[in-house]
Write a protein that binds this ligand. Sequence first.
Ligand SMILES: Cc1cc2nc3c(=O)[nH]c(=O)nc-3n(C[C@H](O)[C@H](O)[C@H](O)COP(=O)(O)OP(=O)(O)OC[C@H]3O[C@@H](n4cnc5c(N)ncnc54)[C@H](O)[C@@H]3O)c2cc1C
Length: 283
Amino acid sequence: MNDTYDVIVVGGGGAGLACAVSAAEQGADVLLLEKQPRLGGSTGRAVGSFTASGTALQRRAGITDGPDDHQVDAGLFGPRGYEARNNAALRRYFFGRSSETLDWLSSMGLVFYGPSPEPPNRVPRMHNVVPNAKAYVATLQLRLLRLGGTVACDAPVEELVTESGRVAGVVARIDGRQRVLRARRGVVLAAGDYAGSAAMISKYRGTASPPSRGSTPTPPATATGSPSRSALASSTWTSRTVPSFASSRPGRAASSSSCRAAGRCSASWASRSRSSRARPCGG
Ligand SMILES: Cc1cc2nc3c(=O)[nH]c(=O)nc-3n(C[C@H](O)[C@H](O)[C@H](O)COP(=O)(O)OP(=O)(O)OC[C@H]3O[C@@H](n4cnc5c(N)ncnc54)[C@H](O)[C@@H]3O)c2cc1C
C-alpha cells in the first residue's frame, strides 16, 4: 500500500465500490478502505432491487417513463414530514442518471430482471439484479481490482486529515496502527448510514421514527455514521452517486450513498500486481 493516492474512498459497500470503480475508470489511482474484514456493508444484505426510470428494459416492455415522473412518485413513499425535509435536487440528480447507471452496471456483466411493479410508482420501475445483491459487490470489486485499484479491509478510517480547511487525506487503523494516507484529488465518504446510532436517528428522523429497510442494524451493527457523522447522508434508494467524482473539487470530501452489492474481495486478490501490503478482504 502506498501513502498517497488520487482518490481515497471510505467504505466498501455498494456506493463506495461504485465510486471507486468510476474513479478508476477515469484514470485515478484509487484506494478503498473498509473497516470490516470483508466488503459489502448493508449492501451485502440487500435484496438487490434497483428502482430506475427510462430504462432499456422498460422500453422493451412498452413502458414510457422518465425521471420527472419518478421524482413525483418517490415523494409518495414516506410520510409527508420526511418529504418536506428531502433534498429534491439531489434526488432528481439520481433519477436523471438511474437509466445510465443500470446500463453501466450491465456493461460489467450484471444481469437484471424486470421491470416489476412497485407501488406507488405509477409504472413498473423495479429492476432486480440476478441472483441477488451480492452480485453487485462481487462484480464491482472485480472490476476495481482489474482497473488497478487498491482495496484494504480491516482498515477503519478514524479521522479526516485537513490542511488549510480542506480535506487532504485520512487516518486509518491498519494492522493495529494508525496510518496517514493522503489523497491528491479527494476523499469520498461512502461509509453507509447511521442505523447503529440512536442519537443520529433521533436527531434526523425523530424519536418516533420507524426503522427503514436501508437502516437495519443487523450484526455487526457498526453503521454509526463514522468517520464524519455530519457529512454522511442516510442511504437512499437510488443508483449511482459516482458521477460526483467527476464534479468534485480536489481536496474536498464528498459523501455518497446508495447503490448496493455484497460479497468478498478475496477471489481476485491473489492475481493483483499492486498493493501487496494492503490487507486482503474476506476469508
Ligand atoms: C435487508 C435489506 C434489504 C435491502 N434491500 C434493498 C433493495 O432491494 N434495494 C435497495 O435499493 N436498497 C435496499 N436496501 C438498502 C440498501 O442496502 C442500502 O441503502 C445500501 O446498501 C447502502 O449502501 P452504502 O454503500 O451507502 O452503505 P453500505 O453498504 O452499508 O456500505 C458502507 C460501508 O462502509 C463501511 N464503513 C463504515 N464506517 C467506516 C469507516 N470508518 N472506515 C471504513 N469503512 C467504514 C461499512 O463497514 C460498510 O461496509 C436494503 C437494506 C437491507 C438492510
